[in-house]
Design a protein around this ligand. Structure first.
Ligand code: FAD
Ligand code: NAI
Length: 476
């Protein structure tokens, strides 16, 4: 056992932790990061859930499966004939793994570049020490290290359905859902949230018959209603079976697959038999093995580390960021918090604007939004104006062959300040950035309407939706 001292120790090397470590190193601190994730060979795999079994591999499979669907269903519209179209699932999964590895290696390189000391193992609080806190590292590295500031970025784990533990063979979390070795004939999903829709889309495109069982009576309740309705229509048309307002009962897993007893919205008893079941009913903050009790670090009733607006915990010089604290479980939210905390440690004024964190669901059509929904504004009693523009009337969307959806602006009735932008349609993930920038600068809808947008581009739909707020679209 050696004893090493650092200015800042980050526990967790996901998007929150590794970005916090880099920013702290840029600010001149002597930084260590502890992360326990293991790759298939037992070696380190920096990047956390996001890189290993989250954002990155899911987007790799979404891309591959979309190519497959285009080749099978849409190339003919462009006059392209495809014969003998087939699927090499091993290669597809192998490509996804290679994309993950590129990202793991990229972070390892960034740690070296920024002179961050990396410990591969589990970090746990041992005790408060003179200079700050003593932590133990167990695993590939066995160390006792000391830090003046500790940033906890230990992420989250999938929530299991009571009575249906994940076995990653039949009952799958996001981990197993990203490595099903052969396309299941029938696939069940519990939860039509972000993971349910993204993973359901992947396997439907590859040929599975997909049924999604959702407890809530409304589809994508957090999304602007008009946008959610449009998305629902598109998913149902594609062949996703989505059952809302269900109550899931007993789940039995056997050699032949999984049988799920459930009741529909009318209260009628139903049975669903599937080859594989993905359970995507949310995630829980992760403090397993962290030993917060050793130093009296406070957790809330959900198991999240209690923090204030600035990510300060109940202990001096201990900070927590990302999925292990309140707020949306998004990689970019974790990153922003990581940067802000490193800057606060340096005495700067790091800031995260929670009102302008964008959300994206990477289905087809993509769904993206920032700011408030129409139902939220109504509930608040805020006077607003709405403007929408359909991709059907956008030249670039027609050329792409993807005219599903719309851009929607919500602006204050009196000041015209943009309060929310909601998009369902092609490349919504990229289009939303303009809205985020606009809202950060407190732009009005008219500001966007007056900016020159390239033609032909999907972004013209954004400009037109801004014009629609003042009822003066040019192309619709
Ligand atoms: P994590 O990424 O979970 O990283 C935590 C790290 O800490 C892990 O490496 C873990 O091994 C390590 N760790 C935990 N405890 C210890 C310990 N005691 N000692 C040492 N190491 C420890 N978000 C998006 O913004 N966009 C997306 O497209 C997106 N897609 C997703 C798809 C899926 C399938 C899933 C599951 C999630 C997705 N997310 C997405 C959410 C995103 O992955 C998380 O919000 C993000 O990873 C949170 O970052 P984090 O740094 O807080 O935690
Ligand atoms: P989620 O919170 O998005 O959706 C969970 C869904 O399951 C909800 O609709 C909920 O009503 C439903 N549900 C809960 N209990 C249920 C039950 N017993 N029976 C039936 N339905 C039930 O959670 P999900 O999809 O697991 O994803 C977790 C988080 O990961 C997301 O909230 C998001 O923060 C992050 N993520 C982000 C992505 C992105 O940004 N593109 C992609 C994937 C995940």
């Amino acid at each position: 056992m050696s004893n090493k001292q650092f200015d800042v120790i980050v526990i967790g090397g996901g998007p929150g932790g590794y970005v916090a470590a880099i920013r702290a190193a840029q600010l001149g601190f002597n930084v260590a990061c502890i992360d326990e994730w293991k790759n298939a060979k037992g070696g380190p795999a920096l990047g956390g859930t996001c890189t290993n079994i989250g954002c990155i591999p899911s987007k790799a499979l979404l891309q591959s499966s979309e190519h497959f669907e285009h080749a099978g269903k849409h190339f003919a519209d462009h006059g392209i004939k495809v014969e003998g179209l087939g699927l090499d699932i091993d290669k597809m999964l192998g490509r996804k793994d290679a994309v993950v590895k590129q990202n793991n290696d990229g972070i390892t390189y960034l740690f070296k570049k920024n002179k961050i000391t990396f410990f591969h193992g589990r970090g746990a609080f041992a005790k408060a020490s003179g200079a700050g806190y003593e932590l133990t590292v167990t695993g590939a590295a066995e160390e006792s290290i000391e830090g003046k500031h500790i940033i906890v970025a230990t992420g989250s784990n999938p929530r299991a359905l009571p009575g249906a533990d994940f076995d990653e063979e039949n009952i799958l979390s996001n981990d197993g859902a990203l490595r099903i070795p052969a396309v299941p004939k029938k696939l069940g999903l519990i939860g039509s949230g972000v993971i349910g829709l993204e993973m359901g889309s992947v396997w439907r495109r590859l040929g599975s018959e997909v049924t999604v069982l959702e407890a809530l009576p409304t589809f994508l309740g957090a999304v602007d209603e008009q946008i959610a309705k449009e998305a629902h229509k598109a998913f149902v048309k594609q062949g996703l079976k989505i059952e809302l307002g269900v109550k899931v009962g007993e789940v039995k897993s056997g050699k032949k697959g999984v049988t799920i007893a459930w009741t529909n919205a009318k209260g009628e008893a139903q049975t669903l038999e599937v080859d594989k079941l993905i359970v995507s009913i949310g995630r829980v903050p992760n403090t397993i093995g962290l030993n917060p009790e050793a130093v009296g670090l406070k957790l809330d009733e959900r198991g999240a580390i209690v923090v204030d607006e600035e990510c300060r915990t109940s202990l001096p010089n201990v900070w927590a960021i990302g999925d292990v604290v309140r707020g949306p479980m998004l990689a970019h939210k974790a990153e922003e918090e990581g940067v802000a905390v490193a800057e606060r440690i340096a005495g700067q004024h790091g800031h995260v604007n929670f009102n302008t964190i964008p959300w994206v669901i990477y289905t087809s059509p993509e769904i993206a939004w920032v700011g408030q929904t129409e139902q939220q504004l109504k509930a608040e009693g805020r006077a607003y104006k709405a403007g929408t523009f359909p991709f059907l009337a956008n030249g670039r969307a027609r050329a792409l062959g993807d005219t599903t959806g719309m851009v929607k602006f919500l602006a204050d009735a009196a000041t015209d300040e943009i309060l929310g932008v909601h998009i369902v349609g092609p490349m919504a993930s990229e289009l939303i950035s303009e809205a985020v920038v606009a809202m950060e600068f407190k732009a009005s809808a008219e500001d966007i309407a007056r900016i020159c947008h390239a033609h032909p581009s999907l972004s013209e739909a954004t400009k037109e939706a801004a014009l629609a707020v003042d009822k003066r679209t040019l192309n619709f």
